[in-house]
Design a protein around this ligand. Structure first.
Ligand code: CU
Length: 504
């Protein structure tokens, strides 16, 4: 039976059938023993698991029997973050969940085509889009019984429009990006089996990470990989992320999934992926097995392009062309040579660790003269001639090796000239969430404690500084917390770097 995943606000009243059956199925799955694959807690532990944390939050009894260790090693703690497997692994995972919930719905007397709803918080046409769907905030179900969709450990506050924007995410053309480059592409960097790789793809960073942190808040389930899948809203969020993958593929015929065997066949060296159907039997779970949603039984009600075909290059040239008369002819350089050794070149970096706490943290980044000169030339030459093929250089800001003890924080990042501050007069170049920070900082983790790396494209901000004829020898980066961040979280940014990417 083919299933159609629909936007939750398009399903009608708060307690429409899809939502009501979801709640009833959760009531059925939650009390099942954690040793049973088709149980609420087993499914959540497949994402990530921490026994002490689960016991302290009463999701597990102290002496409760767990599946045998060998079984845990295969099925639990599989979540892929900071990896080009982020999108396909979560798709296979969601499919197991949806089918198991669907089987419970059917067994309880519901329809046999129940499909997971998704939450499109980025919708421009739905005025309620940013609000947590009301059924997830109600304490009780219509019959007065406790509502299993409600979770106390969650912020419940509306999301912010600026942190669910999709312009940059969907307008990039590469799934993988460039190896060892600052731009990890839409889908993430090439990795082996990862529980938290250092850098991540554009869709993973935003809206994925940011929505996790905003929904969870400090101490909330959604803010931590080990707890997130215990919150029923997790699955609606990830259904939307999965849908955005389809949106990206369909908005431009040039957007393609990787064709490399290492991606298609999944990881083989350390671990493999393992998911199952309602019969609890294993089934193929690698990227190549989930590429077609139709083949695995579902579709989305809407995969239209929210950017309406606008490309990154067109957006940027529209921004800068009105200013083109501000360049003198003398400023026009010829086409620049590619930097030796690749498309990326380090423009500059700071020289010491930066601590992030409840106050704004600022670092100064010195820019090396030679790459800066190339950048300036590329920018002038292309900006004055809109029909020139290619695009001016792009600039990326990297916050590298971020470590700390609590990853629920969200920060706005500003780039400005030295001494000019990060006040209200500036627009942030972007926001970052530290979702997965504690995992990536742990010395024993697969990523051996190197922390997270956050990349933001700051091309437009640097364009603006350039147009204002600011002195670009040095830039300041200010990082402003927009959530509850504390000194004891011990958050540090190892290094801040700026890269330029020359046009193709
Ligand atoms: Cu997630």
């Amino acid at each position: 039976m083919a299933r159609t995943r629909r936007e939750i606000y398009a399903l009608g009243p708060t307690w429409n059938d899809t939502v009501l059956w979801y709640a009833k199925a959760i009531k059925e799955l939650r009390p099942r023993p954690i040793t049973r694959k088709a149980s609420w807690r087993y499914l959540a532990a497949m994402h990530d698991f921490d026994r002490d944390q689960w016991v302290s939050l009463s999701y597990l009894k102290a002496g409760e029997a767990l599946p045998p260790q060998a079984e845990q090693d295969l099925y639990w703690k599989q979540c892929q973050h900071g990896s080009w497997y982020f999108l396909p692994w979560h798709r296979a995972y969601l499919l197991s969940f949806e089918e198991i919930v669907g089987a419970a719905v059917k067994a309880l007397g519901g329809p046999d085509d129940w499909a997971l709803p998704y939450w499109n918080y980025s919708s421009q046409s739905n005025p309620s889009a940013l609000n947590v769907p009301p059924a997830f905030l109600a304490r009780t179900m219509p019959d007065g019984s406790a509502n299993p969709l409600f979770v106390a450990a969650r912020s419940g506050r509306p999301l912010n429009r600026d942190t669910v924007r999709l312009d940059t995410q969907l307008s990039d053309g590469d799934f993988v990006g460039v190896d060892d480059g600052p731009n990890a592409g839409v889908g993430g960097p090439r990795t082996i089996f990862m529980d938290h790789g250092d850098s991540e793809g554009l869709i993973e960073a935003q809206p994925h990470d940011i929505v996790h942190s905003q929904l969870g808040g400090r101490g909330g389930l959604m803010s931590y990989t080990t707890l997130a899948a215990l919150d029923p809203i997790f699955w609606l969020h990830h259904a939307n992320i999965d849908r955005l993958w389809e949106v990206w593929l369909q908005r431009d015929a040039a957007n393609k999934n990787p064709a490399e065997a290492n991606w298609l066949n999944g990881p083989s060296k350390k671990r493999r992926f393992a998911t199952f159907g309602p019969d609890e039997k294993d089934r193929p779970s690698n990227p190549q097995d989930v590429l077609s949603t139709a083949r695995i039984g579902y579709s989305y009600d809407d995969t239209s392009d929210p950017l309406k075909g606008v490309t990154r290059r067109r957006r940027r040239l529209q921004d800068i062309l009105p200013h083109r008369q501000s360049f003198s002819v003398a400023e026009r350089g010829g086409p620049k040579a590619m930097p030796a050794g690749g498309k990326f070149e380090l423009m500059g970096s700071n020289d010491k660790k930066l601590a992030l706490g409840p106050e704004t943290a600022t670092a100064r980044v010195k820019l090396a003269p030679r790459p800066l000169k190339s950048f300036t030339r590329s920018f002038s030459a292309t900006a004055v001639q809109p029909d020139t093929p290619g695009e001016p250089d792009r600039v990326f800001l990297r916050l590298e090796n971020i470590t700390g003890k609590d990853g629920s924080g969200i920060f706005d990042v500003f780039v400005h000239g030295p001494g000019s501050g990060a006040g209200d007069e500036h627009t942030p170049v972007g926001s970052i969430s530290l979702f997965g920070l504690e995992r990536a900082s742990a010395g024993s983790g697969r990523n051996a404690g190197t922390g997270l790396t956050k990349t933001l494209e700051i091309t437009n901000a640097v364009d603006a500084l350039h147009l204002a004829k600011a002195n670009l020898d040095e830039l300041e980066v200010s990082i402003v917390p927009r959530s509850d961040v504390r000194e004891e979280d011990q958050i540090k940014v190892g290094q801040i770097t700026l890269y330029r990417q020359s046009s193709e």
